[in-house]
Design a protein around this ligand. Sequence first.
Ligand code: EPZ
Length: 422
Amino acid sequence: MPLPGPPDRILVGPSGPLGGQVTISGAKNSVLKLMAATCLAEGTYVLRNVPDITDVTCMADLLASMGMTVARTAPGELTLVHPPGIVPEAPYELVERMRASIVVLGPLLARYGRARVALPGGDDFGPRPIDMHQRGLEQLGAVFTSAHGYIEATAEHLVGTSILLEFPSVGATENALMAAVLARGTTVIDNAAREPEIADLAAFLNRMGARVAGAGSSTITIEGVDALAPVEHTVVPDRIEAATFLAALGVAGGAIRLVGARAEHMDMYLQKLTEMGMGITVEPDGITAVAGQRLRSVDVSTLPYPGLATDYKPFFVAMLTTADGVGIVTENIFSGRFRYIDELVRMGADIRTEGHHAVVRGRARLSGAPVRAHDIRAGAALVVAALGAEGETAVSDADHIDRGYEQFVEKLAGLGADVRRG
Ligand code: EPZ
Protein backbone atom coordinates (compact mmCIF):
# COMPACT_ATOMS: atom_id res chain seq x y z
CA MET A 1 0.00 0.00 0.00
CA PRO A 2 1.72 3.25 -1.15
CA LEU A 3 2.47 5.82 1.61
CA PRO A 4 2.14 9.35 0.19
CA GLY A 5 4.15 11.51 2.73
CA PRO A 6 2.54 14.81 3.85
CA PRO A 7 5.06 17.60 4.73
CA ASP A 8 6.47 16.51 8.06
CA ARG A 9 5.95 19.70 10.01
CA ILE A 10 2.77 20.99 11.57
CA LEU A 11 2.60 24.77 11.96
CA VAL A 12 0.39 26.07 14.75
CA GLY A 13 -0.72 29.64 15.50
CA PRO A 14 -2.52 31.02 18.57
CA SER A 15 -6.07 29.64 18.37
CA GLY A 16 -9.44 29.72 20.04
CA PRO A 17 -12.19 29.71 20.99
CA LEU A 18 -12.81 26.44 19.17
CA GLY A 19 -16.27 25.55 17.90
CA GLY A 20 -18.21 23.04 15.80
CA GLN A 21 -17.99 19.27 15.77
CA VAL A 22 -15.50 16.54 14.91
CA THR A 23 -16.11 12.86 14.16
CA ILE A 24 -14.01 10.42 16.14
CA SER A 25 -12.26 7.71 14.09
CA GLY A 26 -11.89 4.04 14.91
CA ALA A 27 -9.41 3.09 17.65
CA LYS A 28 -5.80 2.44 16.59
CA ASN A 29 -5.25 0.26 19.67
CA SER A 30 -8.16 -1.95 18.74
CA VAL A 31 -7.92 -2.21 14.93
CA LEU A 32 -4.27 -3.36 15.00
CA LYS A 33 -5.25 -6.31 17.24
CA LEU A 34 -8.33 -7.14 15.14
CA MET A 35 -6.09 -7.26 12.07
CA ALA A 36 -3.69 -9.60 13.91
CA ALA A 37 -6.62 -11.81 14.95
CA THR A 38 -7.39 -12.53 11.28
CA CYS A 39 -4.35 -14.85 11.43
CA LEU A 40 -6.59 -17.26 13.41
CA ALA A 41 -8.71 -18.49 10.50
CA GLU A 42 -8.67 -18.56 6.71
CA GLY A 43 -11.18 -16.56 4.69
CA THR A 44 -12.31 -12.99 4.02
CA TYR A 45 -12.77 -10.39 6.78
CA VAL A 46 -14.26 -6.92 6.54
CA LEU A 47 -13.40 -4.28 9.16
CA ARG A 48 -15.26 -0.96 9.25
CA ASN A 49 -14.53 2.36 10.98
CA VAL A 50 -10.83 1.70 10.26
CA PRO A 51 -8.73 4.88 10.71
CA ASP A 52 -6.51 5.98 7.82
CA ILE A 53 -3.27 6.00 9.83
CA THR A 54 0.22 4.71 9.10
CA ASP A 55 0.16 2.09 11.85
CA VAL A 56 -2.71 0.38 10.02
CA THR A 57 -0.58 0.41 6.89
CA CYS A 58 2.30 -1.11 8.87
CA MET A 59 0.12 -3.96 10.14
CA ALA A 60 -1.26 -4.47 6.63
CA ASP A 61 2.30 -4.72 5.28
CA LEU A 62 3.15 -7.24 7.98
CA LEU A 63 0.15 -9.45 7.15
CA ALA A 64 0.87 -9.10 3.44
CA SER A 65 4.48 -10.24 4.05
CA MET A 66 3.00 -13.49 5.44
CA GLY A 67 0.86 -14.04 2.33
CA MET A 68 -2.42 -12.31 3.21
CA THR A 69 -4.04 -9.61 1.07
CA VAL A 70 -5.24 -6.42 2.75
CA ALA A 71 -7.06 -3.71 0.81
CA ARG A 72 -9.00 -0.53 1.55
CA THR A 73 -12.27 -1.36 -0.17
CA ALA A 74 -14.25 1.74 0.82
CA PRO A 75 -13.68 4.81 3.03
CA GLY A 76 -13.00 3.43 6.52
CA GLU A 77 -13.29 -0.16 5.29
CA LEU A 78 -10.56 -2.79 5.16
CA THR A 79 -10.92 -6.21 3.51
CA LEU A 80 -8.44 -8.85 4.62
CA VAL A 81 -8.07 -12.21 2.88
CA HIS A 82 -6.29 -15.04 4.72
CA PRO A 83 -5.49 -17.76 2.14
CA PRO A 84 -4.49 -21.32 3.15
CA GLY A 85 -0.90 -21.70 4.40
CA ILE A 86 0.44 -18.23 5.22
CA VAL A 87 4.02 -17.99 6.52
CA PRO A 88 3.84 -17.44 10.30
CA GLU A 89 6.80 -15.04 10.46
CA ALA A 90 7.12 -11.33 11.31
CA PRO A 91 10.37 -9.91 9.88
CA TYR A 92 12.56 -7.38 11.70
CA GLU A 93 12.14 -4.58 9.15
CA LEU A 94 8.38 -4.57 9.76
CA VAL A 95 8.37 -5.23 13.51
CA GLU A 96 10.86 -2.45 14.20
CA ARG A 97 8.49 -0.01 12.48
CA MET A 98 5.75 -0.81 14.97
CA ARG A 99 6.02 -2.54 18.38
CA ALA A 100 2.38 -3.62 18.26
CA SER A 101 3.41 -6.20 15.64
CA ILE A 102 4.19 -8.49 18.60
CA VAL A 103 0.48 -9.35 18.87
CA VAL A 104 0.64 -11.63 15.84
CA LEU A 105 2.57 -14.09 18.04
CA GLY A 106 -0.44 -15.59 19.89
CA PRO A 107 -2.79 -15.98 16.88
CA LEU A 108 -0.08 -17.44 14.59
CA LEU A 109 1.01 -19.89 17.27
CA ALA A 110 -2.60 -20.95 17.87
CA ARG A 111 -3.42 -21.39 14.16
CA TYR A 112 -0.11 -22.79 12.84
CA GLY A 113 1.60 -24.28 15.93
CA ARG A 114 4.56 -22.04 15.13
CA ALA A 115 5.42 -18.34 15.05
CA ARG A 116 8.74 -16.59 14.42
CA VAL A 117 8.73 -12.92 15.34
CA ALA A 118 11.49 -10.32 15.48
CA LEU A 119 12.04 -9.04 19.01
CA PRO A 120 10.56 -5.56 19.28
CA GLY A 121 13.05 -3.00 20.54
CA GLY A 122 12.46 -0.44 23.24
CA ASP A 123 11.33 3.09 22.35
CA ASP A 124 11.12 6.51 23.92
CA PHE A 125 9.19 5.13 26.85
CA GLY A 126 12.18 3.16 28.11
CA PRO A 127 12.58 -0.64 28.15
CA ARG A 128 9.47 -2.53 26.99
CA PRO A 129 10.08 -6.23 27.68
CA ILE A 130 7.72 -8.99 26.46
CA ASP A 131 8.38 -11.42 29.33
CA MET A 132 4.68 -11.54 30.28
CA HIS A 133 3.65 -12.29 26.68
CA GLN A 134 6.10 -15.18 26.62
CA ARG A 135 5.19 -16.49 30.09
CA GLY A 136 1.46 -16.56 29.26
CA LEU A 137 2.06 -18.50 26.02
CA GLU A 138 4.49 -20.88 27.75
CA GLN A 139 1.79 -21.65 30.33
CA LEU A 140 -0.48 -22.59 27.41
CA GLY A 141 2.19 -25.04 26.29
CA ALA A 142 4.39 -23.10 23.89
CA VAL A 143 8.16 -23.66 23.77
CA PHE A 144 10.31 -20.61 23.02
CA THR A 145 13.75 -20.32 21.49
CA SER A 146 15.47 -17.11 20.48
CA ALA A 147 18.31 -16.45 18.06
CA HIS A 148 19.52 -13.66 15.75
CA GLY A 149 17.07 -11.16 17.22
CA TYR A 150 14.04 -13.39 16.71
CA ILE A 151 11.92 -15.41 19.08
CA GLU A 152 10.37 -18.62 17.86
CA ALA A 153 7.42 -20.24 19.59
CA THR A 154 6.23 -23.75 18.81
CA ALA A 155 3.44 -25.89 20.21
CA GLU A 156 1.93 -29.10 18.93
CA HIS A 157 -1.18 -28.33 20.93
CA LEU A 158 -2.03 -25.40 23.18
CA VAL A 159 -3.79 -26.52 26.35
CA GLY A 160 -6.09 -24.34 28.47
CA THR A 161 -4.72 -23.26 31.88
CA SER A 162 -4.75 -20.51 34.50
CA ILE A 163 -2.61 -17.48 33.73
CA LEU A 164 -1.99 -14.87 36.42
CA LEU A 165 -0.43 -11.76 34.88
CA GLU A 166 2.14 -9.97 37.05
CA PHE A 167 0.79 -6.66 35.69
CA PRO A 168 -2.40 -6.02 33.63
CA SER A 169 -0.39 -5.66 30.42
CA VAL A 170 -2.58 -4.87 27.38
CA GLY A 171 -0.39 -6.71 24.89
CA ALA A 172 0.23 -9.76 27.07
CA THR A 173 -3.52 -10.10 27.72
CA GLU A 174 -4.25 -9.86 23.98
CA ASN A 175 -1.62 -12.45 23.00
CA ALA A 176 -2.79 -14.94 25.64
CA LEU A 177 -6.44 -14.36 24.69
CA MET A 178 -5.82 -14.87 20.97
CA ALA A 179 -3.88 -18.08 21.68
CA ALA A 180 -6.37 -19.49 24.17
CA VAL A 181 -9.37 -19.32 21.80
CA LEU A 182 -8.00 -22.36 19.89
CA ALA A 183 -6.45 -24.16 22.88
CA ARG A 184 -7.85 -27.42 24.24
CA GLY A 185 -9.96 -26.77 27.33
CA THR A 186 -10.47 -23.71 29.51
CA THR A 187 -8.12 -20.81 30.09
CA VAL A 188 -8.58 -18.22 32.82
CA ILE A 189 -6.52 -15.03 32.55
CA ASP A 190 -6.35 -13.31 35.93
CA ASN A 191 -5.21 -9.71 36.49
CA ALA A 192 -6.03 -9.20 32.83
CA ALA A 193 -5.95 -5.75 31.23
CA ARG A 194 -9.45 -4.19 31.14
CA GLU A 195 -9.09 -1.59 28.36
CA PRO A 196 -12.14 -1.11 26.08
CA GLU A 197 -9.99 -2.30 23.17
CA ILE A 198 -9.68 -5.71 24.88
CA ALA A 199 -13.48 -5.95 25.02
CA ASP A 200 -13.64 -5.03 21.33
CA LEU A 201 -11.14 -7.78 20.49
CA ALA A 202 -13.15 -10.31 22.52
CA ALA A 203 -16.36 -9.25 20.72
CA PHE A 204 -14.61 -9.81 17.39
CA LEU A 205 -13.32 -13.25 18.48
CA ASN A 206 -16.77 -14.28 19.74
CA ARG A 207 -18.25 -13.25 16.39
CA MET A 208 -15.65 -15.60 14.80
CA GLY A 209 -17.04 -18.43 16.96
CA ALA A 210 -14.82 -18.17 20.02
CA ARG A 211 -16.08 -18.49 23.61
CA VAL A 212 -14.67 -15.60 25.59
CA ALA A 213 -16.35 -14.33 28.76
CA GLY A 214 -15.39 -11.53 31.14
CA ALA A 215 -13.41 -9.29 28.76
CA GLY A 216 -13.29 -5.79 30.22
CA SER A 217 -12.99 -7.24 33.72
CA SER A 218 -9.75 -8.48 35.32
CA THR A 219 -10.75 -12.14 34.90
CA ILE A 220 -11.24 -13.47 31.38
CA THR A 221 -12.42 -17.05 30.80
CA ILE A 222 -11.91 -18.72 27.41
CA GLU A 223 -13.35 -22.07 26.34
CA GLY A 224 -11.14 -23.26 23.50
CA VAL A 225 -12.84 -24.26 20.22
CA ASP A 226 -11.58 -26.34 17.29
CA ALA A 227 -11.96 -23.73 14.57
CA LEU A 228 -12.99 -20.15 13.92
CA ALA A 229 -14.51 -18.38 10.91
CA PRO A 230 -13.98 -14.98 9.23
CA VAL A 231 -16.43 -12.16 10.04
CA GLU A 232 -17.25 -8.47 9.57
CA HIS A 233 -16.80 -6.02 12.44
CA THR A 234 -16.95 -2.30 13.21
CA VAL A 235 -14.05 -0.92 15.28
CA VAL A 236 -14.83 0.98 18.52
CA PRO A 237 -14.17 4.74 18.50
CA ASP A 238 -10.74 6.00 19.56
CA ARG A 239 -10.91 7.29 23.15
CA ILE A 240 -7.36 8.68 22.94
CA GLU A 241 -8.19 10.71 19.84
CA ALA A 242 -11.32 12.03 21.62
CA ALA A 243 -9.15 12.93 24.62
CA THR A 244 -6.80 14.87 22.34
CA PHE A 245 -9.56 17.13 21.00
CA LEU A 246 -10.86 17.73 24.53
CA ALA A 247 -7.36 18.80 25.56
CA ALA A 248 -7.26 21.18 22.58
CA LEU A 249 -10.50 22.65 23.87
CA GLY A 250 -9.01 22.90 27.37
CA VAL A 251 -6.11 24.99 26.07
CA ALA A 252 -7.93 27.12 23.47
CA GLY A 253 -11.38 27.43 25.07
CA GLY A 254 -14.77 27.30 23.33
CA ALA A 255 -17.42 24.61 22.83
CA ILE A 256 -17.12 21.48 20.66
CA ARG A 257 -18.96 18.25 19.97
CA LEU A 258 -17.21 14.89 19.57
CA VAL A 259 -19.40 12.77 17.31
CA GLY A 260 -19.12 9.05 18.07
CA ALA A 261 -17.00 9.42 21.23
CA ARG A 262 -17.96 6.91 23.95
CA ALA A 263 -17.93 8.63 27.35
CA GLU A 264 -18.13 5.29 29.15
CA HIS A 265 -14.68 4.42 27.74
CA MET A 266 -13.06 7.50 29.24
CA ASP A 267 -14.76 8.10 32.59
CA MET A 268 -11.65 8.99 34.57
CA TYR A 269 -10.46 11.44 31.94
CA LEU A 270 -13.82 13.24 31.84
CA GLN A 271 -13.91 13.31 35.64
CA LYS A 272 -10.52 15.03 35.74
CA LEU A 273 -11.53 17.55 33.05
CA THR A 274 -14.63 18.40 35.08
CA GLU A 275 -12.40 18.99 38.12
CA MET A 276 -10.36 21.35 35.94
CA GLY A 277 -13.50 23.34 35.13
CA MET A 278 -14.60 21.93 31.76
CA GLY A 279 -18.34 21.43 31.19
CA ILE A 280 -19.01 17.93 29.85
CA THR A 281 -22.35 16.69 28.49
CA VAL A 282 -22.66 13.04 27.58
CA GLU A 283 -25.00 12.34 24.66
CA PRO A 284 -26.24 9.09 23.12
CA ASP A 285 -23.87 9.44 20.17
CA GLY A 286 -21.10 11.59 21.53
CA ILE A 287 -19.86 14.22 23.95
CA THR A 288 -20.30 18.01 24.04
CA ALA A 289 -17.74 20.00 25.98
CA VAL A 290 -17.37 23.65 26.95
CA ALA A 291 -14.30 25.38 28.34
CA GLY A 292 -14.02 28.98 29.58
CA GLN A 293 -10.89 31.07 29.77
CA ARG A 294 -8.53 29.13 32.03
CA LEU A 295 -8.58 25.61 33.47
CA ARG A 296 -7.80 24.88 37.12
CA SER A 297 -4.69 22.77 37.79
CA VAL A 298 -5.09 19.26 39.20
CA ASP A 299 -2.80 16.36 40.10
CA VAL A 300 -2.97 13.21 37.98
CA SER A 301 -1.49 9.70 38.19
CA THR A 302 -1.51 7.17 35.40
CA LEU A 303 -2.83 3.66 36.09
CA PRO A 304 -4.10 0.66 34.15
CA TYR A 305 -7.73 0.96 32.97
CA PRO A 306 -10.14 2.04 34.43
CA GLY A 307 -7.51 4.30 36.00
CA LEU A 308 -6.18 7.26 34.02
CA ALA A 309 -4.47 5.97 30.88
CA THR A 310 -0.78 6.75 30.39
CA ASP A 311 -1.69 7.83 26.82
CA TYR A 312 -3.69 10.75 28.25
CA LYS A 313 -0.81 12.03 30.31
CA PRO A 314 0.94 14.21 27.66
CA PHE A 315 -2.38 16.01 27.19
CA PHE A 316 -2.66 16.75 30.89
CA VAL A 317 0.84 18.16 30.93
CA ALA A 318 -0.03 20.28 27.88
CA MET A 319 -3.21 21.61 29.55
CA LEU A 320 -1.43 22.23 32.86
CA THR A 321 1.23 24.43 31.18
CA THR A 322 -1.34 27.25 30.94
CA ALA A 323 -3.77 26.23 33.71
CA ASP A 324 -4.29 28.20 36.89
CA GLY A 325 -2.08 26.73 39.64
CA VAL A 326 0.38 23.85 40.06
CA GLY A 327 -0.24 20.23 39.02
CA ILE A 328 1.77 17.11 39.87
CA VAL A 329 1.75 14.45 37.17
CA THR A 330 2.84 10.91 38.09
CA GLU A 331 3.65 8.22 35.50
CA ASN A 332 3.16 4.67 36.81
CA ILE A 333 3.12 2.66 33.58
CA PHE A 334 6.12 3.63 31.39
CA SER A 335 9.21 4.75 33.31
CA GLY A 336 10.58 7.02 30.61
CA ARG A 337 7.51 8.67 29.15
CA PHE A 338 8.55 12.30 29.74
CA ARG A 339 10.68 13.17 26.71
CA TYR A 340 8.26 15.75 25.32
CA ILE A 341 8.72 17.88 28.44
CA ASP A 342 11.97 19.40 27.18
CA GLU A 343 10.06 20.51 24.09
CA LEU A 344 7.35 22.17 26.21
CA VAL A 345 10.02 23.89 28.28
CA ARG A 346 11.45 25.21 24.99
CA MET A 347 8.00 26.85 24.55
CA GLY A 348 8.37 28.54 27.94
CA ALA A 349 6.54 26.01 30.10
CA ASP A 350 7.54 25.78 33.76
CA ILE A 351 7.96 22.03 34.39
CA ARG A 352 10.32 20.18 36.75
CA THR A 353 10.70 16.43 36.63
CA GLU A 354 11.88 14.18 39.43
CA GLY A 355 11.90 10.45 38.72
CA HIS A 356 8.41 9.57 37.48
CA HIS A 357 6.86 12.85 38.67
CA ALA A 358 6.52 16.15 36.86
CA VAL A 359 5.54 19.39 38.61
CA VAL A 360 3.83 21.78 36.20
CA ARG A 361 3.38 25.45 37.20
CA GLY A 362 0.74 27.04 34.99
CA ARG A 363 1.73 30.19 33.07
CA ALA A 364 -0.54 32.75 31.43
CA ARG A 365 0.84 31.94 28.01
CA LEU A 366 3.54 29.88 26.28
CA SER A 367 5.56 31.21 23.36
CA GLY A 368 5.73 29.57 19.94
CA ALA A 369 8.99 27.72 19.12
CA PRO A 370 10.41 24.98 16.87
CA VAL A 371 9.84 21.64 18.63
CA ARG A 372 10.07 17.94 17.75
CA ALA A 373 7.57 15.10 18.08
CA HIS A 374 9.16 12.05 19.75
CA ASP A 375 6.15 9.75 19.56
CA ILE A 376 2.45 9.76 18.64
CA ARG A 377 0.96 11.26 21.80
CA ALA A 378 3.92 13.52 22.57
CA GLY A 379 3.60 15.06 19.11
CA ALA A 380 -0.14 15.61 19.41
CA ALA A 381 0.34 17.16 22.87
CA LEU A 382 2.82 19.70 21.47
CA VAL A 383 0.27 20.77 18.86
CA VAL A 384 -2.34 21.07 21.62
CA ALA A 385 -0.06 23.20 23.85
CA ALA A 386 0.86 25.41 20.88
CA LEU A 387 -2.79 26.44 20.45
CA GLY A 388 -2.29 28.49 23.63
CA ALA A 389 1.08 30.01 22.68
CA GLU A 390 2.02 33.43 21.38
CA GLY A 391 3.45 33.33 17.87
CA GLU A 392 3.97 30.30 15.65
CA THR A 393 5.08 26.81 16.72
CA ALA A 394 6.58 24.38 14.21
CA VAL A 395 6.24 20.73 15.25
CA SER A 396 8.64 18.60 13.20
CA ASP A 397 8.76 14.79 12.77
CA ALA A 398 4.98 15.01 12.49
CA ASP A 399 4.99 11.58 10.83
CA HIS A 400 4.88 10.27 14.39
CA ILE A 401 1.44 11.89 14.74
CA ASP A 402 0.24 10.37 11.46
CA ARG A 403 0.92 6.96 12.94
CA GLY A 404 -2.05 7.34 15.28
CA TYR A 405 -4.25 10.22 14.04
CA GLU A 406 -6.41 10.32 10.91
CA GLN A 407 -6.49 13.80 9.35
CA PHE A 408 -5.33 15.43 12.57
CA VAL A 409 -4.61 18.82 11.02
CA GLU A 410 -7.83 18.89 8.99
CA LYS A 411 -9.95 17.92 11.99
CA LEU A 412 -8.37 20.55 14.27
CA ALA A 413 -8.68 23.22 11.56
CA GLY A 414 -12.32 22.20 11.21
CA LEU A 415 -12.79 23.23 14.85
CA GLY A 416 -11.31 26.64 14.07
CA ALA A 417 -7.71 26.05 15.13
CA ASP A 418 -4.90 27.77 13.22
CA VAL A 419 -3.00 24.64 12.13
CA ARG A 420 -1.54 23.56 8.78
CA ARG A 421 1.16 21.40 7.28
CA GLY A 422 4.30 23.15 6.21
C1 EPZ B 1 -0.60 -0.66 24.81
O1 EPZ B 1 0.80 -0.90 24.76
C2 EPZ B 1 -0.87 0.53 23.87
N1 EPZ B 1 -0.41 0.22 22.55
C3 EPZ B 1 -0.14 1.76 24.38
O2 EPZ B 1 -0.54 2.88 23.57
C4 EPZ B 1 -0.57 2.06 25.80
O3 EPZ B 1 0.21 3.12 26.29
C5 EPZ B 1 -0.34 0.82 26.68
O4 EPZ B 1 -1.02 -0.32 26.14
C6 EPZ B 1 -0.84 1.01 28.11
O5 EPZ B 1 -2.15 1.35 28.13
C7 EPZ B 1 -1.20 -0.52 21.73
O6 EPZ B 1 -2.27 -1.00 22.08
C8 EPZ B 1 -0.69 -0.74 20.35
P1 EPZ B 1 1.42 -2.88 28.17
P2 EPZ B 1 1.43 -2.26 25.35
O7 EPZ B 1 1.85 -4.24 27.76
O8 EPZ B 1 0.50 -3.39 25.11
C9 EPZ B 1 5.24 -3.58 31.03
C10 EPZ B 1 -0.26 4.66 22.01
O9 EPZ B 1 0.25 5.79 22.04
N2 EPZ B 1 5.33 -4.93 30.44
O10 EPZ B 1 0.11 -2.73 28.84
O11 EPZ B 1 2.81 -2.35 24.84
C11 EPZ B 1 5.56 -2.47 30.02
O12 EPZ B 1 6.93 -2.27 29.89
C12 EPZ B 1 0.44 3.47 22.71
O13 EPZ B 1 -1.31 4.43 21.42
C13 EPZ B 1 6.31 -5.79 30.88
O14 EPZ B 1 7.11 -5.45 31.77
O15 EPZ B 1 1.48 -1.89 26.91
C14 EPZ B 1 4.84 -1.28 30.62
O16 EPZ B 1 5.62 -0.71 31.61
C15 EPZ B 1 1.67 3.89 23.39
N3 EPZ B 1 6.40 -7.02 30.33
C16 EPZ B 1 3.60 -1.93 31.22
O17 EPZ B 1 3.88 -3.32 31.39
C17 EPZ B 1 5.53 -7.45 29.35
O18 EPZ B 1 5.64 -8.59 28.88
C18 EPZ B 1 2.34 -1.77 30.37
O19 EPZ B 1 2.58 -2.25 29.08
C19 EPZ B 1 4.54 -6.56 28.91
C20 EPZ B 1 4.45 -5.29 29.46
